[in-house]
Each structure stands twice: as C-alpha cells, then as structure tokens.
Design a protein around this ligand. Structure first.
Ligand code: ATP
Ligand code: MG
Length: 572
C-alpha cells in the first residue's frame, strides 16, 4: 500500500479532551476520529488493527470450540423483562421505541438474547456442552465516557456464553475460556493478568477479570508478590489479625466534647491523636433499613464487601434525616453505642474485634466517647465482625501473609460463572438421557475488543509514539522512500514491497514528497514495528537501512536490497 493512496492523518497537537497517553496517541496517529463524546469513527489504520484483534479473538474462540453467531444490537424489551433487568439495569441502558411504541434496548450485553437463543435451539443433552459467541457492537450510556475507546458509549465486544449439563461441565467451559483469554491477550502482544473479581448480582460466583496493569487503569488491584494473589480492590481481602490495642485496658470510658469537629481528621486534630485511634462510623441504608458500619479511623468502607456481608440487594449511604433518626445524632458524632433506634443493626470491620482504648462517636451531637473497649462498651457482638474495608498497600495477604501492593489495571476481559440465573428465568432446559427436563448451567465471557486496542497502546508506547506488537500493527513494515522522484530508488521500494507482500507481510510505502524528518516522525508516531529506509544516498553507500521501531538508531542495519526481505522477516 502506498501512503499517498490511503488515508493517514497524523496530528501534531494532542486532542484537548485526552488525559492519558494512549488516548492522545490513538487520535494523533490517525487511528480514530471523535464523532461526539464517547463515540468514535475508525479511520483506515485503526480499522486494520481492530480487524487484526478481532481475527485473533475469532481464531482463539474457534480453537476453543466456540461457535460464532451474531445477534441483533436491537433487543426486544420482553427478553429483558424475563429476568427483570429491564428495570434493574438503570440509566446505563439505552432504551428506544419503534414506530409501534414497542420498547427495545440497544444491547449493552446479551445474556438474555443468548439464553433465549439456546432455549430455542437446544433440546437434548446430546447437544451440550455448547459455547456460542459473537463480536458485536455494544452500547452503554456511561456516566463518564472518557479516555477514548477505554470507556465509550459504543464499543466492540466479543461476548460468549456457555451452556452445560452440570456443574463439572460448566467448570470445564469456564477454564476453557479462561485459557483462551490468556492466548488471546498474549497473541495481541499484551501482558494481561487474571485477577479475582466480585460476582456482582451473582454473589460468590467464580469470576476473573483480565487486567492490563497501567497507571492509567481505572481499577485498583491488590497484588501479592509473595504468592501471586491478585484481586480487584472491590473484592480483595486481607488478613485481620485482630486489633492492636491503642491504650492499655482502661477502667471506664468518658465523654469528651468535640464541638464542630465533623470528620475523623477534624476530631483527630482536635484531640491531638492519630486517626487510627478512632472508630469511623457510617450509616448506610441496606434494602430500606439503616445499618451502622464501623471501621478503623484511617480506613475506608468497601461497599461491595459490605453489601455481600449484609446479603443486601441495594445499599447506599443514608441521608441526614435517616442518620439522625437511627442514631440520635448527625453524621460526625455517631458511634456503635446506644442508638436512638434500638433496632439499628451495627457491624464492624474484623480488625476492630477486641479493640480497646478507642474514641467513638457518642450518638450525641458534638460529643465523642474515649477509652472505649469495643467488646465491653458497644453493641457489637461476635457475629457482627467481618472483613469490610478497602485493602490498602502494606495490608497482609490473606493467603501467604506477605504485604500487599496496590496496582492500577485496565479491565480488558472477564470470565464469569452464571449458574442458572438466566437459564432458570428463561426455563432454558434440555432433556437428559432419562428424558427428564433439566436446566442448563451457564457461563459468560467478554472481551472488550476496542478497549483492548487502546490498552495495547497504553502498554506499548514511548515519547515518540506507539510501538505496535507485530501481530496487531496496522502495517508491520514501513518503507521510507526518501527520493520518490528517483525512478531507480522507487523501483527498489516497489520490489521490496512486492517481495514482502508475497511473504505475507503488511507493508506501507511512504511515497510522500516530504522531508525525511517529517516522514520518520510520522512512522515513529504510528509505530510500525519495522522501518526500512530506501534513499539514493544510502543505496549508493551499500543498501537500505533496517531497524525495529523499538530499537535505537545505533542498531540500524545496512543491507543490500535483495537481502532486505530476510532481514525484515527475522526482525518481525
Ligand atoms: P467496567 O467495569 O470497565 O465498566 P464492565 O465490567 O462493566 O466494565 P463487562 O460487562 O464485563 O464490562 O464487559 C466486558 C468487557 O467489555 C470489559 O471487560 C471491557 O473490556 C469492555 N467494556 C465494558 N464497558 C466498556 C466501555 N464503556 N467502553 C469500552 N469497553 C468496555
Ligand atoms: Mg467486567
């Protein structure tokens, strides 16, 4: 392909809305153009890479025995009503009507459509196990679309769904997809690590997210260098070895006035004590009932773990009125002592078990209690303690006891055991060998194809631009034709292009009448893995120059034009 015959539009300036490197480079290298917030057009270079990633995904799905199908983006509301998700998906789901006023969703995912499809096509155990997948555009009205393709309103997803006769089969399907994901990301030149994740609505269901570790990642990952434990912070656990007493066993607690101090930091400053000497007490509403949650003063409540411990369907921080009615005080002065509402449930982080000498809110505005022994002086009983805080750097690994470090991750894929949540709702049954009706056991598996494209850039770039892994580069080789008007040099470039294409290599020839500096800058920005320079001067001095994008200029090899194919192939 000649540069002048395709559409390459590089930009000198970073786009104004880009906060992270991969977003800047994606636009500057001319891979995509923004249409509106969270909506992008793929230009020819971006399209080539997107297609290559899709092809890797497709090959690995096929290799794992999954069957490709495609289902409509426009999904009838009836399917979503069968599981109740029409009402519970919330504002992230785009809802539209047809001219007959029938409701549809622009598919944000497709569990309902695939379960209904499987119900229609599977009748016997002989047809199982079955894994079907599609590569289809998905739509989500994200609260904050940002970071380019990372969090967009419309994105390309590979979604697969497995159907099995029993739990062992479902387990095999799960790990089959898990291993396919390892191959997909590694073939994309991406280092993606599987981390344990929270099951969301599915409770304790087994699920892993695949994360590309990068500072730009939106998720926190707890990571143990000791044993390899890795978990999304939403899910991550820690070993709580009981509380360190902040003061020796005390005779009795006493009330202290803490006027105007609302936050732990303010009370701590007022009393001249460290935040960890305090108990932070927050009131939530879980399934309509208030609950008080107590954690060490220097820690944060993990809402996901709390929700799971309470077994609640809904959970949110309580409003001012609810806090006052439940405890008798306003936020800032509440604590695990006698509340206004005697039926208020109080729970606490496991690390507070046995804690003494703490300061807690008095459930009386402007007052705290000091020298509190949590077992003696509060309403907390044995069963009220659980791991409820967000893990932080230095916490103890729940498995090996080594310190945890916190990393940032970009979620590029997720594998998920669904059990019978969807198949039960749809009565997606099969007949077993005794002709009894049984419910299929499901799993679902997503890869963010467009997010993966950008994650590759985030993981593989330098100050000059993208450094594409060869498998997904828009073109694997750029030939820099420095003297396009010189017929003999142009012939060298043409011959090399033809020979490389015959060898199955994607090549672009930069035939623009631009200065070499401009051409090299663009090649580095777009990030073609191998660069060949063909110029009159070089040819007179012995040949063409070959180097990898990732290599320093000093690594440039000068080879005769006839030997260039072999050199390029070895570098790829
Ligand atoms: P996130 O937590 O980042 O919002 P998710 O867990 O809701 O993502 P899934 O339902 O697991 O997403 O979707 C499968 C994959 O689709 C994700 O692993 C991610 O790679 C990709 N994805 C999800 N939302 C978006 C989005 N708004 N833009 C681009 N890719 C997305
Ligand atoms: Mg996910």
């Amino acid at each position: 392909m000649k540069w002048t015959k395709t559409l390459v539009q590089t930009l000198r300036e970073d786009p104004g809305d880009a906060e992270i490197d991969s977003h800047k480079l994606l636009v500057r290298a001319g891979l995509v153009r923004k249409v509106a917030g969270g909506l992008y057009a793929y230009l020819p270079l971006g399209m080539r890479t997107l297609r290559k990633i899709q092809q890797i995904v497709r090959e690995e799905m096929d290799r794992a025995g999954a069957l490709e199908v495609v289902t409509p983006v426009l999904q009838p509301s009836e399917l979503w009503r069968t599981t109740g998700r029409w009402d519970t998906m919330g504002p992230n789901m785009f809802k539209v009507k047809d001219r007959g006023e029938h409701d549809f969703a622009l598919g944000p995912t497709a569990e309902e459509v695939f379960t209904d499809l499987a119900k229609g096509v599977v009748s016997s155990y002989r047809q199982l196990p079955l894994t079907i997948y599609q590569i289809q555009w998905k739509f989500r009205d994200e609260t904050r679309p940002r970071f380019g393709l990372m969090r967009s309103k419309e994105f390309l997803m590979k979604d697969a769904y497995s159907f099995d006769v029993d739990a062992e089969g479902a387990d095999r399907s799960y790990w089959n997809m898990y291993h396919a994901y390892e191959r997909i990301f590694s073939r994309c030149g991406l280092k993606a690590v599987p981390v344990q994740a929270d099951g969301g609505d599915m409770g304790d269901s087994l699920t892993h997210e695949f994360h590309v570790l990068a500072d730009a990642g939106e998720d926190g990952i707890a990571w143990c260098e000791g044993c390899g434990y890795a978990a999304n912070l939403e899910k991550a656990e820690r070993r709580a070895d009981g509380a360190a007493a902040c003061a020796p066993q005390c005779a009795a607690f006493s009330e202290v006035a803490t006027p105007g101090a609302k936050t732990i930091e303010q009370v701590a400053a007022f009393m001249n004590l460290p935040p960890e000497a305090f108990v932070k007490s927050l009131v939530y509403v879980a399934d309509g009932r208030p609950v008080m949650v107590c954690v060490p003063g220097d820690r944060d409540v993990n809402d996901v773990k709390l929700k799971r411990f309470l077994g609640a369907k809904t959970l949110a921080l309580a409003d001012f009125d609810t806090v006052l009615a439940a405890t008798g005080a306003n936020a800032g002065s509440v604590g695990p002592v006698k509340p206004a509402d005697a039926s208020l449930r109080i729970v606490a982080d496991a690390s507070l078990k046995g804690a003494t000498g703490r300061i807690v809110g008095a459930n009386k505005d402007g007052f705290h209690l000091r020298d509190v022994d949590l077992a003696r002086d509060t309403f907390l009983k044995d069963g009220d303690f659980a791991d409820l805080i967000v893990v932080k750097e230095g916490d103890t690994c729940p498995h090996c006891g080594k310190p945890i470090v916190i990393k940032r991750g970009i979620e590029v894929g997720q594998v998920f055991k669904l059990g019978t949540k969807y198949s039960g709702a749809f009565k997606a049954n099969y007949k077993n060998d005794r002709l009894e009706e049984k419910t299929m056991i499901m799993g679902c598996y997503g890869v963010g194809v467009s997010r993966t494209l950008q994650a590759i850039i985030e993981q593989s770039h330098d100050a000059n631009g993208i450094v594409w892994p060869a498998a997904v580069a828009p073109y694997q080789v750029v030939i820099e034709l420095l003297d396009p008007a010189d017929a003999s040099v142009a012939k060298v470039a043409d011959d090399l292009e033809a020979a490389l294409e015959a060898a199955g290599v994607d090549v672009i020839v930069d035939d623009r009448a631009e200065r070499p500096g401009v051409k090299f800058k663009d090649a580095d920005l777009i990030g073609f893995p191998v660069r060949v320079v063909a110029g009159a001067k070089g040819l007179a001095n012995g040949g063409v120059e070959v180097k990898r994008r990732s290599e320093d200029k000093s690594m440039t090899r000068v080879v005769a034009p006839e030997a260039a194919v072999e050199t390029v192939m070895s570098l790829l």
